[in-house]
Ligand binder design. Structure first.
Ligand code: PRX
Length: 522
């Protein structure tokens, strides 16, 4: 999260090259998959960075990803390397990583900038529908999807939603705590704020480090008046007690927005009463990588809010709730959240895969864009997002694919089958809970659990590592061979009874074995 990242993204926009920012918490394999899918030529990266007191050797990950992608036939021609570690103070308890040798593809950022300091790079004028960037997001089949956004539509939508949902004004000092590796960092850290001409704060670090006052201290130092963050951060902060907040002034704050996952009413009220001291508009914004910008959100000061509801659609957006048969639910009710018309910031494709684009978003309900989320409409017309209805899970606001984690687990020689479900978590919202069936004669001991977690870390990244791995003598399956995740989800949630209809399973006895196995885990 360095300013050179913003420079690199804007430089791409200027020369008409698509950027594809990859979150630095992903593994080399994940980075390579994204490089190969988009046939990337240039990789801009840094030598490393600190996350709290942890050191991340980014150069090593980048080198490995470049090698991996070349075996897949994609040649990265140059790597622009920012020597970031040289200029930052090493946090207490952290160590500088080993200096990775430069390769013949590496170009140092500073050297290149100096070499070209007196040169002007002309603007490449693009057509409205020309692509601006790709951003990969998890897909329910496991392979990440390169979401494609356009130059004009995306920018208009980022500008307009920022302006209305946050009442953006030129003298605002606005801080979005999201990482630029996600869409929030694109729309509401870079493009939206710059187009609205306000002052943005970019933060490299962890909101709880070195102590839980960090966010509020930064608000005070820079007189931040608008803050955009995640429900996970709010829950983590509120769990640590009010002391850390109350020590700070926060007198500049006027608005606090959240995004990425449903915000539970308790966290919403904590923001309103404790952090915002009842002086701030609380704006729960619902949207997706695919939507480019806010879709359901209150307008601050104008929309009467209800804690936990993203309230009403943005201008021009028409959400509908559909039942399983695709019939519209009128009035109060719950169903699949879809949109019945296009909007400017809408994705224009899944890179290189038109069929997947159509299948994922438009095939489930003919004539609608399908979000993959469920929602409830109350008697006053307020919308409440209930969470994913597909095989994606939301962990700390990060969308993960259960299929992708499962395929990492079954890559282990001792694993025959795996099923991953989302289990509820007080802070993270949910966490990955894995059931694994081992090959005959194998046992799930601490060593194997360690190896499985490492495998997920290597194949996807630390964010996807299951918190719990349970041995399953077998997985509950229907006669057609489909794993019934709804039952596994209930077991992971801690239910012993009320698991729903189990009569369609091939082997019902598996259920009690799984419940007992979970209870043995404690
Ligand atoms: O499940 C919804 C959840 O996050 C998903 C989109 O994730 P991603 O594409 O990574 O983008 C995150 C940042 C926009 C959605 O399908 N989600 C996002 N915002 C909310 C939400 N769930 C409930 N309330 C929200 N405000």
């Amino acid at each position: 999260m360095v300013i050179e990242l913003a420079v690199a993204m804007l430089a791409c926009a200027r020369i008409g090259a698509m950027h594809s920012v990859v979150f630095a918490g992903f593994s080399a394999e994940s980075l390579a998959t994204r490089i190969v899918d988009a046939n990337c030529k240039v990789l801009v990266t840094a030598d490393g960075f600190f996350r709290g007191s942890k050191t991340i050797n980014l150069k090593k990950i980048a080198d490995k990803a470049v090698t991996l992608s070349s075996t897949d036939g994609v040649k990265v021609t140059s790597v622009i390397l920012l020597e970031h570690l040289k200029r930052v103070t090493v946090p207490q308890g952290a160590v500088l990583p080993k200096n990775e040798p430069l390769t013949d593809k590496d170009f140092l950022y500073e050297t290149e900038m100096q070499k070209h300091a007196d040169k002007e790079s002309s603007v490449e004028w693009m057509q409205a529908e020309d692509p601006l960037f790709l951003l990969y997001t998890s897909g329910s089949t496991g392979k990440p999807k390169g979401i494609q956004h356009t130059t004009a539509g995306y920018m208009v939508y980022a500008y307009m939603t920022m302006k209305c949902s946050f009442d953006a004004k030129p003298d605002d000092v606005y801080w979005c705590t999201a990482d630029c590796g996600w869409i929030t960092g694109h729309s509401y850290l870079l493009y939206g704020p710059l187009m609205n001409g306000l002052t943005g704060v970019w933060f490299e670090g962890v909101p709880l480090h070195p102590n839980p006052s960090r966010i509020w201290n930064i608000v005070d130092i820079y007189k931040v008046n608008k803050l955009y963050t995640s429900p996970t951060a709010v829950r983590a902060l509120s769990a640590l007690g009010d002391k850390w907040v109350k020590e700070t002034s926060r007198s500049s704050l006027q608005l606090i927005g959240t995004v990425g996952e449903p915000i539970n009413p308790a966290a919403w009220l904590w923001l309103h009463k404790v952090a915002g001291e009842e002086n701030c508009a609380i704006v729960d914004t619902y949207w997706q990588t695919e939507t480019g910008g806010h879709m359901i959100t209150p307008l601050p000061g104008a929309t009467p809010t209800k804690p936990g509801s993203a309230t009403f659609p943005f201008f021009g957006v028409n959400p509908v709730l559909l039942d399983a048969e695709g019939r519209q639910i009128e009035g109060p009710g719950e169903g699949n959240l879809c949109f019945d018309r296009a909007w400017p910031g809408m994705l224009r494709g899944v890179y290189g895969d038109k069929e997947r684009f159509m299948k994922t978003y438009f095939a489930p309900f003919k004539g609608y864009y399908c979000t993959g989320d469920g929602a409830r409409r109350d008697e006053d017309g307020y919308l409440w997002i209930t969470g994913r209805v597909d095989d994606l899970m939301n962990v700390s606001g990060h969308l993960l694919s259960t299929a992708e984690i499962e395929s990492a687990l079954v890559a282990h020689a001792n694993v025959a089958e795996a099923a991953v479900v989302a289990a509820p978590h007080d802070i993270k919202g949910s966490f990955p809970y894995a059931f694994v069936t081992l090959n005959v004669g194998e046992k799930l001991d601490a060593k194997l659990i360690g190896e499985l977690k490492q495998l997920v870390r290597d194949k996807i990244g630390a964010l996807a590592v299951p918190d719990v791995i349970q041995e399953a003598p077998g997985l509950p399956k229907t006669r057609s061979g489909k794993v019934t995740r709804r039952i596994l989800r209930k077991i992971a949630e801690g239910c012993d009874t009320g698991l729903g209809d189990v009569t369609t399973l091939v082997d019902e006895s598996i259920i009690s074995e799984l419940v007992n196995g979970r209870n043995r885990l404690g």
